[in-house]
Design a protein around this ligand. Sequence first.
Ligand SMILES: *Cc1c(COP(=O)(O)O)cnc(C)c1O
Length: 369
Amino acid sequence: MKVPLLDLTGQYASIKAEIDAAIARVVASQRFVLGPVVEACEEAVAAYVGSAHGVGVSSGTDALLVALMAEDIGPGDEVVTTPFSFFATAGAIARVGATPVFVDIDPATFNIDPALIEDRITTRTRAILPVHLFGQMADMAPIMEIARRHGLVVIEDAAQAIGARRDGQTAGSAGHYGCFSFFPTKNLGGYGDGGIVVTDDPARADKLLALRVHGETTRYHHRFVGGNFRLDALQAAVIHAKLPHLDRWTDQRIANASLYRGYLGDLATRHPNALTLPRTVTDRHVFNQFVVRLPDRNRTRLRLEAADIGTAIYYPLPLHLQECFAGLGYGPGDLPNSERAAQEVLALPIFPELTAGQIRHVARTLAPA
Ligand SMILES: *Cc1c(COP(=O)(O)O)cnc(C)c1O
């Protein structure tokens, strides 16, 4: 039995008529960039997240970039973030000329450890950029409290966490900005690149709207230097058509996670050093990835690969040890929880359309009885 890490063809087949009609409407309109289809998508996603405003952008990476630009964060400024994330998290900080300041993770959740943040705040700190990794929200209450006390802005990287909830808040609506990606592998994926920034603040929303079109406020008059961070109407049409299905797909991801727990829970309890299952400490973990820890991760991965089971390592090298950040002066051992996670993590297939039989097969192959 072959089990891919992700297969989007089944999902498309299940909603083909809706998607094809939405795409056909955009093609018929010949309005491909911004416009009413993008606006409708922005409104729907912002409402889903629980934020007042949504500004569609060209990718999740550009969502982070434009949020940082909207705060005029740049050279000389520091932004506190996690080293255990996709590169874009820190890349966006570096691209505006600011300095990422890496704070280690809580090993139980893989998210930034709020207890370690305050020690790293200096007079140069402008923002905190937490990531809701794998679909589970970071601990936003203490993060917002630290930010309030120090007058910092909070930009959530919610690329992997649309629909996640914790302590009565939803991913992306707890901070000053919430940044989402519509990359095809995300829980709400388009058919190409796309993203959105949400915010409750109308002034911030206005600035984001200008920045995504080169800082233009009235035609050919530029208040800011922005960029081309626009969202395509085709992507917006696909996202908007998929949104009503998102909660059901997320429920299926959560059900798949429960199946894994059913098959692997005993082993993980009896041999906690051999296998650690993801810990859900929040109200709704949306499982963009189902990531286990295995001390013999690389060998297990080869065994699963030999059995035609797709896996992935998110992420094999923490951001503070990336070559491009060598100048920041971090070295091995500086952020031990992130470095250990990078050695041990393995993502198993979790996408909504998996069958119970496929999950059982993955679990049995991972841990033969
Ligand atoms: C996917 C992702 C991004 C970037 O999104 P793109 O749309 O691929 O640019 C940023 N941060 C995290 C945590 C992600 O998973």
